[in-house]
Design a protein around this ligand. Sequence first.
Ligand SMILES: Cc1cc2nc3c(=O)[nH]c(=O)nc-3n(C[C@H](O)[C@H](O)[C@H](O)COP(=O)(O)OP(=O)(O)OC[C@H]3O[C@@H](n4cnc5c(N)ncnc54)[C@H](O)[C@@H]3O)c2cc1C
Ligand code: FES
Length: 268
Amino acid sequence: MRDDAPERRTRLHRVARVRPLSGGCFALEVEGALPVTGAGQFYMLRTEHRWPALLPRPFSLYSMGEGERGGSFLVKAVGPGTEALQACRAGDRVWVTGPLGRPFPDDVCDPVCIAGGIGVAPFLLLAQQQRERGRPQPRLLFGGRTQVALAGLHDFADLARVFPCTDDGSHGFRGLVTDLLGDLLQRGEVTVADTVFCCGPDPMMHAVAAACAARQMKCYLSLETYMACGYGVCNGCSVAVRGERFHGWPYSKTCIEGPVYCADELVG
Ligand SMILES: Cc1cc2nc3c(=O)[nH]c(=O)nc-3n(C[C@H](O)[C@H](O)[C@H](O)COP(=O)(O)OP(=O)(O)OC[C@H]3O[C@@H](n4cnc5c(N)ncnc54)[C@H](O)[C@@H]3O)c2cc1C
Ligand code: FES
């Protein structure tokens, strides 16, 4: 954990609203101030009662309200934990532990964000923070199989320069995010001197990392590795790594030293 990392804490937060989004996703909006959180950091969540799984589940912080106005998590219902969160109603309470992990580096003034599906979650917070700092609106290349997979797209309306793309052409550019990246490079909307921040399904992140490596573009990936404890004790989230910051150790715990890694640090 970084020395300057805010201390993680566990608190019960009242649910303000469960806002339905497309593609089986929803925004879980909670009341009560959340700690300072960097884009890409995550929280472990569970419902106060009737939690159907053994352990809480990890989610990126999606947005931060001002002052005591709380924040939100973008969630896709895929199993018992996420379905229990979806069943929450205003006034219910959820346990929220965090912030956890390392965020995207904050010294990149104008990043190119590439998201697939729910991988878009950390980028709304990033876009909010760019605005607060008087920085440019981030470019967001947001891909999904079809338009409904672009959950939360409208939340970025005044916060980011959004370039949507879909496999079937139902919204925006037709093709993969890597094709879109090539197109934007050709059109000068992105340059090889830019830094890419990426979050999404593993195959997409592999492809984006390879596309960046081929052009010698700096690239950071936020991994969604399976996690059990979320704070370094179970070893369930290890990934193979290389690089100085790991002091020769070939594995890294995603929940502590990730989920954000420089693409060069990841092996395989
Ligand atoms: C750092 C981090 C940040 C995350 N941020 C978000 C987020 O912002 N929004 C969001 O909706 N989800 C996010 N996830 C994924 C989320 O934690 C899982 O979807 C959730 O744990 C599923 O719990 P469940 O009990 O509903 O389903 P489970 O029964 O645990 O799983 C249901 C299905 O989803 C698969 N699955 C579960 N977890 C993962 C995973 N990590 N990667 C790939 N497949 C998985 C299982 O194999 C199974 O097929 C994040 C994960 C990590 C590690
Ligand atoms: S999730 Fe337990 S060590 Fe990382």
